[in-house]
Write a protein that binds this ligand. Structure first.
Ligand code: UT7
Length: 315
């Protein structure tokens, strides 16, 4: 579906990162790893870990309140809360209901979407559908991930890669030319075993296969979202990719024809926060003055499922 006129726009963003920083050197005392290995293979230098003091829902609520504070809305104006998480504090109720209670969004409908690392982009597309059909007006889309709670801290091939954090945005009907103008999503459940968490267990990943599929699928999703928007890679001012590994980001950018000076990277400071990486990156990019109104933005994600997607956004 081609949308030269966007249905919805992101009117504000927010984030919350737990304050406790764990460096690669800190991990050297937990598993048989080295700062050198982690830095050269992934680009990650440190990550935030939430510890026992803060839950995933609390992180999500803080990111949501930050997005509300940067908008002209109150919590009671929100009529839909969509939470993306692979790490709910409990399985029932949905984390979105816990977030709703924490922020006092008494007029909202609240539910979760499960799209693993791609969940935030899926959440934006669900929000777009609700707004386009007139079922919602002010949508809070949150991604909140406490990856530390599902990691095997004896498995050096996974535990060094991830971090905790939350990001959020408020989505409304587009008032003009700003908004989502290109969309592409894909999934392949046949490859689920390559990155999964068995019931009651911890994250298991076949790193190299995930890596190869990530690059291929993110490049394809970028191309399709640009096609949907009727745009060329040269027109993109900023690429905001899912932050799992700087080498995946560099390959995706190269295949997509976007130079690295137009790519936002913060994986060095936070590691892979699953679906929270993109909204956190958006909020930081705005704060740093890297992301400004009028820019053509491409955002792309890949993760467990496999599930992937990309959106082209006139910011
Ligand atoms: O959000 C989407 C989900 N995740 C991803 O996108 C991650 C995708 N995968 C990757 O980023 C990379 O595959 C990794 C960073 C996970 C691994 O990098 P790699 O270059 O593919 O390394 P590898 O798995 O081939 O492992 C190479 C070596 C192995 O040793 P041997 O068998 O060659 O002796 C591993 O045992 O590195 C070893 N190794 C480590 N060494 C030190 C694995 N983890 C570590 C570690 N520290 N933490």
């Amino acid at each position: 579906m081609k949308k030269t006129i966007p249905f919805v726009e992101i009117v504000s963003t927010g984030r919350f990162l737990p304050p406790s920083v764990t460096t690669n050197a800190d991990l050297e005392s937990i598993v048989d790893t080295s700062n050198e290995w982690i830095t050269t293979r992934t680009g990650i230098k440190e990550r935030r870990l939430a510890g026992n003091e803060i839950s995933a829902a609390q992180m999500g609520a803080k990111a949501g309140v930050d997005a509300l504070d940067k908008s002209d809305l109150n919590a009671s104006d929100i009529d839909l809360i969509i939470v993306s998480t692979a790490t709910p504090d409990r399985l029932l109720p949905s984390m979105a209901c816990d977030v709703q209670a924490l922020i006092g969004a008494v007029n909202a409908v609240a539910f979760d979407v499960g799209g693993a690392c791609s969940g935030f982009l899926y959440g934006l597309t669900v929000a777009e559908g609700h707004i386009a059909t007139g079922h919602a007006t002010n949508v809070l889309v949150i991604a909140a991930e406490k990856m530390s709670s599902i990691l095997d801290w004896n498995d050096r091939s996974t535990c060094v890669l991830f971090g905790d954090g939350a990001g959020a945005c408020i989505v409304q009907r587009s008032a003009g030319s700003r908004g989502i103008i290109g969309t592409y999503h894909g999934s392949d459940g046949n490859l689920a075993e390559l990155l999964h968490r068995p019931p009651g267990g911890l994250v298991k990943m076949s790193g190299q296969e995930v890596y190869r599929n990530a690059v291929r699928s993110m490049a394809l999703a970028s191309e399709r979202a640009l096609e949907d928007a009727g745009m060329k890679a040269e027109e993109i001012d900023l690429l905001i990719p899912h932050q799992a590994n700087v080498r995946i980001i560099e390959s995706t950018a190269r295949y997509s024809g976007i130079p690295m000076d137009k790519v936002f990277v913060n994986v060095d400071r936070y590691g892979n926060m699953s679906s929270a990486t993109i909204p956190v990156a958006m909020d930081e990019a705005i704060e740093q003055g890297v992301l400004e109104e009028g820019m053509n933005v491409l955002t792309v994600a890949f993760g467990a499922g496999f599930a992937w997607g990309a959106l082209a956004i006139k910011w």
